[in-house]
Design a protein around this ligand. Sequence first.
Ligand SMILES: NC(=O)C[C@H](N)C(=O)O
Length: 452
Amino acid sequence: HILFCGSCGRMRICGNKKCDTPSSISPTCKLSRKKIQINLHCGHCNLAVPVDGWVRSVRAQKANVFLHVNDGSSLQSLQVVASSELSDPLLTFGSAVEVTGILKKSPHQKQPVELDANFIVFCFIFFFLRTFPLKSKSDMALSIFANFLISGDNGFVEINTPIITSNDCEGAGELFQVEPSGPDYADGENFFSVPAYLTVSGQLHLEVVSGAFSKVYTFGPTFRAENSQSRRHLAEFYMVEAEISFTQSLEDLTKVMEDMFRFATEHVLAHCVEDVDLFHKHVTPGQKLKEYLVSFLRITYREAIDILRRSSERFAFPTDWGCDLKTEHEKYLVKHCGNIPVFVTDYPYDLKPFYARDNQDHPERTAAAVDLLVPGVGELCGGSLREERLNLLSARAGLEDVYSWYLDLRRFGSVPHGGFGLGFERYLQCILGVDNIKDVVPFPRFSHSCLL
Ligand SMILES: NC(=O)C[C@H](N)C(=O)O
């Protein structure tokens, strides 16, 4: 028979010997009013619980209606069995419902429990977003990178670099200018006395603090006014950037990049494999993630150019030494190397920003810079050793006028150092095999698109 708990008001069926909750009702009843979360429900049977969620399917039989309800906590749905009178003709795919019922062992092998509904409260129709329900997962993945960097062995210190800055770290001129607005300000009034922009990279600030902490990182929103509708560009994205002092070789840097990728990806495989499988099945029948956990390949830019020139592929963009590698080239290189992540090192000096360290090689002058190319995306990470030699840095045209403070860092003592940045949404795109980067964030920003 059904008893009501005097403390929480929940119902409970007593007398079932298999039920593993206490059979007597105590004033300090542990049955909380908390709704159950579908991914956490522990298989208690004969317990009346409320569940919120969205209807994923409705199947009506004579006396009963069977619903699959998903609450966004995982991909798992809970089967709800309700008598036809409890249902509503408007109940359909996407309806939001609050169902109270008794969790019972299911007769079906596939699902441990089902909910025998007592009440269904019909909330509203859910409007389907283009975006995939990745929010909670991506928040989790954000912290995985931080966990890796701050862990004992690595010992990076987190620095919050500013979002508003006066530098164009990448020198590419893809900046969003920040100006005040409102009755107190005339149009174009210069609030900061210098032109100010949304950050394109926290690197230069990290370089400042890396003079005091030898390993630092930042993880935050980054902005690029790139007028591109491509499948791998966003105007606002998250980047994890690390800077390491006393590092003298690209190998030291690529090791951290590779270890970080592996750490995060192993974590995803251990905790979210069903999400990954769903995306790989329904979006792009991409490669299985485990295959990315081999040792990454390393080739030089020179070798990359030779591979591209030897190929029979017809590229839209040139493949001469000194040309920038375009997406088509990067994707070809990854495929050529067996569809695993590939580091391309030692780019032409003139292709890289002012901060990249000169390899002082001849006749093809290169910089100690590296890009990590990954399947489905192309460039995921970019990094370099930084030019710490004042004379070589000052030789970069026009630097003294704009970045005298950066040159001062060298003037007043600097150590060999280097760092890298990894685009977080591109990482998601890569591990999920999602074709378009706009589908891995809830509110993608790109040219002509800033609704909401
Ligand atoms: N921190 C880095 O090395 C990333 C680099 N500044 C970039 O935006 O590509």
